[in-house]
Design a protein. Sequence first.
Length: 114
Amino acid sequence: MCGICGELQSYIHWAERVPWEESELAESGGGMARSLQRLRIRRAAVVAKLLSAYGLEFSLWQGGKYILSDRKGGTAVINDMAQLWPAIHRILGKPFDPLDPKVLERIRAGGTLD
């Protein structure tokens, strides 16, 4: 998808919706967008930590998209979490298992999988 089309996308993927408990509170003060943004920031930080074990960088871009990149210049603009796993596979050139015990242990130890 080109950048312009991606910016015109208006739906919120189910995995990125604000949980009911937070949305009910946020709607009363007009803070739904702020709640969504806080969750996206938190989600990006968790995913970035996981992907750093694979030598990948992941960050929130312009508040609504994500950027996935590797050290070789491979980059993907991610609109939502549904697009993340296929993009990781494309950039790595191999299957990605976020629950691989070796990966989880390396993350706990603060290392990478270089």
